[in-house]
Design a protein around this ligand. Structure first.
Ligand SMILES: Cc1cc2nc3c(=O)[nH]c(=O)nc-3n(C[C@H](O)[C@H](O)[C@H](O)COP(=O)(O)OP(=O)(O)OC[C@H]3O[C@@H](n4cnc5c(N)ncnc54)[C@H](O)[C@@H]3O)c2cc1C
Length: 385
């Protein structure tokens, strides 16, 4: 088989790209390392989609149960600074949409009408300039010819390694802890985020939740604080701090999942016919819930460029098509990554002057309408090239 686009990685971004191309009659093939469709475990991990990502899914007819967030209250647990974001400030119905990771993955898998090779991966890539394509050797020894190779294979991208792309990697020295819990938050459309030396604590509503008291919690903690203690004990010992701040009891009602947090970004997203998309190209701290949204914006730009090249000519100039994608996405992603690193460093600091500055900063931003609008528009995915 000779698909136009071969996608390494059948996660959310890989599946989205394949469905979008298929809608435009462009054939693709997914090569997925894992065994088969994801086994759906307990619904714990959530993602917050911005309006732009949700629209991309709506356009493909993919409906995922969601909980809307209309307001976000961000405050510094150790001080008095706070900032309040509301969807009304940007004339949107909602700021973002909380979905279960499993639900989104499952809906995308159900929707796809393209082929997936499971338990397989790309081993070698040979660029065949004479025939304007690349030949791939897979781990099952099969060979395929393709025009584009999209690396959607996550943080340790295999395709990026084969293409010898240069990565800049650093650790946040933090672990994200996530679980669901029952608590009484008065407004069902309100999310809270608290910055403190016990970690960055976000609490949000859950989708399709008749029992409005169940929420999702994403809590990032310095690894230093977790060095001599079991994670479940750290949670048990420290949750009362956030109960006090939110004036509610928080009862954990799921297993606790953990993720080590890293930041990475590639100097170049493209090499020959290879292109990196989503977490393969960059990863970011989950504090602003932007990882998958950057991935969807990448996927949209790449699909637009490939589709447009196909509409113009049957002779595809891969280098030009991919360069346009890289120009559209690299600096936007870098800006978001740098902003998140700035926030993590600012709120991680124990320095008194920096504490004062951040309290002043949060309250100052709250008062400066143009700055607030900049932040909300960015988070809502409205600043698009
Ligand atoms: C705790 C936490 C909370 C988060 N919350 C949010 C949030 O609220 N909002 C948000 O926008 N983002 C959030 N994120 C980030 C988001 O989860 C990621 O950005 C997103 O899942 C990346 O999707 P992806 O498809 O690019 O990569 P992945 O989800 O990593 O998928 C990669 C796929 O490639 C496959 N694969 C790997 N290696 C190979 C190989 N060699 N060959 C073939 N296949 C391979 C994998 O099996 C997988 O199927 C969060 C992340 C964490 C850790």
């Amino acid at each position: 088989m000779n698909p136009v686009v071969t996608i390494s990685g059948g996660g959310i971004i890989g599946n989205y790209i394949s469905s979008r191309l298929s809608k435009n009659n462009i054939e693709s093939l997914i090569i997925e390392r894992s065994k088969s469709q994801n086994v759906i475990n307990e619904n714990i991990r959530t993602l917050t989609l911005n309006s732009f990502s949700k629209k991309l899914l709506d356009d493909l007819g993919i409906k995922v149960p969601f909980a809307p967030i209309k307001e976000i209250s961000v405050f510094d647990g150790d001080g008095s600074g706070s900032i309040h974001f509301s969807s009304k400030e940007i004339n949107e119905e909602n700021l973002s949409y909380v979905v279960f990771f499993n639900d989104l993955q499952e809906k995308l898998q159900d929707h796809r009408d393209h082929q997936v090779f499971f338990e397989n991966q790309i081993e070698e890539i040979f660029q065949d300039n004479e025939n304007n394509c690349s030949e791939l050797k897979l781990s099952n020894q099969e060979k395929i010819k393709t025009k584009f190779i999209a690396g959607c294979d996550g943080r340790n991208s295999n395709v990026a390694k084969i293409a010898k792309l240069n990565e800049k990697k650093s650790s946040y020295n933090q672990t994200a802890i996530t679980f669901t819990a029952s608590c009484e938050i008065k407004d069902e459309y309100l999310a809270h985020q608290i910055f403190s030396d016990k970690g960055i604590f976000a609490i949000m509503p859950l989708p399709e939740n008749d029992d409005k008291s169940t929420h999702t919690i994403v809590w990032s903690v310095d690894n230093e604080n977790l060095r001599d203690i079991e994670i479940k004990d750290y949670v048990k010992n420290n949750i009362s701090y956030f109960e006090q701040k939110l004036s509610t009891k928080i009862d954990i009602n799921s297993s606790i999942l953990t993720f080590k947090l890293f930041s990475h970004h590639f100097e170049n997203y493209i090499s020959g016919h290879v292109v990196l998309v989503g977490d393969a190209a960059h990863s970011i701290h989950p504090l602003a819930g932007q990882g998958i949204n950057l991935g969807f914006a990448d996927a949209d730009a790449l699909c637009e460029e490939i589709i447009s090249s196909y509409e113009k000519s049957m002779h595809i100039d891969q280098a030009l098509t991919l360069k346009r994608y890289e120009i559209r996405r690299k600096n936007m992603n870098l800006l978001m990554l740098k902003s998140m690193d700035f926030f993590v460093n600012l709120f991680g600091s124990k320095n008194l002057y920096i504490k004062l500055l951040r309290n002043f900063g949060l309250s100052g931003v709250n008062k400066a309408q143009f700055l607030k609008k900049f932040f909300i528009n960015h988070a809502a995915g409205k600043n698009k090239l």
